[in-house]
Design a protein around this ligand. Sequence first.
Ligand SMILES: [Fe+2]
Ligand SMILES: [Fe+2]
Length: 197
Amino acid sequence: MDEVPQLADALPLCASDPAWLDTALGDLDSVHADHLHCERKAAQSALSLIRSYPERADLVDAMARLAHDETRHVIQVAHLMARRGQPASYDHGDGYAAALRAEIRVREPDRLLDRLLVFAIIEGRSAERLGLLAGALDDPRSRELYEKLAVAEVRHRDTFLVLARDAAPKVWRRRAAELAAVEARVLAERPVAARIH
Ligand SMILES: [Fe+2]
Ligand SMILES: [Fe+2]
């Protein structure tokens, strides 16, 4: 796969509602508990692409590495929660991701493109919000962790965009813009909550 090019302009995500950061800072326990599951699900999503497309060597390599990153993030968030003496919680579902997944078309090759772009959007949104937390947390160790995680999620977003570009060079930008607009609607329709999404 190429070095990461400047692809973010293909995925014009809106800014989060300014109320989100205050809500998140007001209930960090819930944010961290949700974040643990976000990292776990990101690893599972990457591995699910390997299951579906084992013949795509670039994808297999990139997704195996990405899943590795995400499982490392699970460990880091779990350690943060342990340091805070915070209880874990079960995953109560993710309406945001489910609403985006509902946009994934069933037939190939559209399906591959849509899966890559939906995952790029989720990574991009995670990066934005982890970065907002990094800029606002009081605890220096938490801040440092969130800064590093935000950088990693930007890299992951670009990994998915490169794969999307290579999978569908003629249409990926148009579809990315469509799905970014869908994501803005999904966010606007959902209540602001102390979760990553
Ligand atoms: Fe991650
Ligand atoms: Fe990620």
